[in-house]
Design a protein around this ligand. Sequence first.
Ligand SMILES: *Cc1c(COP(=O)(O)O)cnc(C)c1O
Length: 401
Amino acid sequence: MTARTKFTKPFTQQEPIPAAAIDRAIEVMQSGRLHRYNLAEGDSNEASELEREYAEWQGADYCVACTSGGYAIQLALRACGVEPGDRILANAYTLAPVPGAIHNVGGVPVLVDIDSSYHIDMHDLEAKANASGARYLLLSHMRGHIADMDRLMEICDRLHICLIEDCAHTMGAKWRDRKSGNFGKAAAFSTQTYKHMNSGEGGFLTTNDPVVAARAVVSSGSYMLYGRHGAIPAEDVFQDVRLYAPNYSGRMDHLRAVLLRAQLPALKDSVARWNVLYDRLAARLGGMAGVVIPQRRQEEFYVGSSIQFRAEKLERDQIPLLMAACAARGVELKWFGDDEPKAFTSRYDSWKYIDDIPHLPGTLRVLEKTLDMRVPLTFDVEDCDLIADIIEQEIGDLIAA
Ligand SMILES: *Cc1c(COP(=O)(O)O)cnc(C)c1O
């Protein structure tokens, strides 16, 4: 590498949709039958097949495909019984659709601090649960960092807290051989372009609870056609909920389902490829002076679709300089400590619609120097090395300055 070598691949480039899916998508478009309940005699029910296949992959009894990950969270909260005014615990290090979903169902977010490894802080969780009386926890496995789920489940069980998991970054991840999403009452996944499968927009709700599943299917806007879904409970469960679950239209269509059905069989392989890239970056960044990579516990099987690191040796006001220097060389970093929300990244204290935003010293301290980088599958290991070289050089220059 010469002194000012540039990295030229875009950080926002996904892999193409598999060719077979494109062919199938064209057939669906030619049929004109895009709506999931619009089926001619003998048509393959793509949305329903996708639900069946995703439920099987996830190891969950029931699955509902819907329009986005944020929508799946709202649906999960409602189907689990959240009513307006209910308090909902949520780790403060997350993405804006999480507090947005709570707000949308009329819930009151109770933000919980994080620890230095980006996990929910268990002490603060207990304290806030006791102080607020909240009976729900919406846990974001933010950027794929999975908290100690043994301890978390013990707290939830003891305090009678209903857990809902936001698995936008943990599709395919596990804690002790149990898939992320299979711990709580319900889980939400996103298939938005930057997640682990890509349908542009889309999401799933999974659960093993028949009543939650039936409510979610009916509320996703199934009219009285819920029988055409792929992974649902028995008819008698629907008889009890069908007239009581309002229609909050948010169905997935056949076209997106086709794109996802083609990607699902390759997901395991994608996860392995992500982790090769992540592990290379983590080894390189973790070996740099003044850089801290979050600890991963042995029980955690992560999916390294993004990486976070802290530039501890830099002053806070040097972080924007580092970002600018890296950006000038083609390396796109995001900063979770910025006072101003930018693009996808915002800090919890910018969600001003929340009343009484708490002061969360752990979150502020950890995010102050946290940089975040996407790891698209269009990169290879040599790309990771060049990116690491650039970051190392620019941090080194700033430390020396
Ligand atoms: C992307 C994301 C979501 C929601 O996904 P959308 O499909 O964009 O609505 C939820 N939580 C987290 C942590 C996310 O990153």
